[in-house]
Write a protein that binds this ligand. Structure first.
Ligand SMILES: C[C@H](O)[C@H](O)[C@H]1CNC2=NC(N)=NC(=O)C2=N1
Length: 78
């Protein structure tokens, strides 16, 4: 599955083997997001991580910053 644009957000759901794998992924995303000062809206339920990206500073729309973070997130999940 790829990122889809929905309600002015880039959205993608990820699934892992278990909670530890999901959380390890979240930790990588967290450090990348902090480095970019661009943070995800996300929910974690056991082995699943649901991510939504938008740029608040631009009025809650999808910008290149979201696409950049999405590309990094995909690398961490692969
Ligand atoms: C004040 C702070 O630097 C800003 O609010 C940053 C923080 N993280 C952010 N994250 C996201 N997703 N969009 C932003 O516009 C944004 N802005």
């Amino acid at each position: 599955m790829n990122w889809i644009e929905k309600d002015n957000k880039l959205v993608k759901d990820f699934q892992f083997e278990n909670f530890i794998e999901a959380f390890a992924f979240m930790k990588k995303v967290a450090f990348a997001a902090e480095k970019m000062n661009h943070h995800p809206e996300w929910t974690n339920v056991y082995n699943k991580v649901f991510i939504k990206l938008s740029t608040h500073d631009a009025g809650n729309i999808v910008t290149d910053l979201d696409r950049e973070l999405a590309a990094k997130i995909d690398k961490f999940a692969s």
